[in-house]
Design a protein around this ligand. Structure first.
Ligand SMILES: [Zn+2]
Ligand SMILES: [Zn+2]
Length: 106
């Protein structure tokens, strides 16, 4: 018995920096080993509904009860979470209740 795998490498990417996601956050979201302490903020859909963060077979994604699945990177983008800040060697920025306003999340 064999499965066709369409050349998939089966390595998911960190949604924050696109490195190989070989580790997980406390919430169980696949990230690279540099971002295991990152806490994802509450993400809102473009329809203003809050989305839940899920870990699927192909990596993390967001689920809106009205619109369905949204790519996590896209969700971070529409929530104005600045991903470019995670691609540098600067200290990583944690989004929490204190600084969420910086990300337009409130
Ligand atoms: Zn990362
Ligand atoms: Zn929605």
């Amino acid at each position: 018995m064999s499965f066709h795998n369409y050349g998939s490498t089966d390595v998911s990417r960190c949604p924050l920096c696109s490195k190989s996601a070989l580790a997980k956050t406390k919430a169980g979201i696949s990230v690279c080993k540099d971002h295991t302490s990152f806490e994802f903020p509450d993400l809102k859909c473009t329809c203003k509904e809050s989305m839940s963060l899920k870990e699927g077979r192909y990596g993390p994604f967001c689920l809106c009860s009205r619109c369905g699945i949204m790519n996590l990177r896209k969700a971070l983008e529409v929530n104005n979470v600045n991903l470019t800040s995670f691609n540098t060697n600067k200290q990583e920025i944690l989004v929490d209740a204190k600084n969420a306003h910086l990300f337009g999340l409130r």
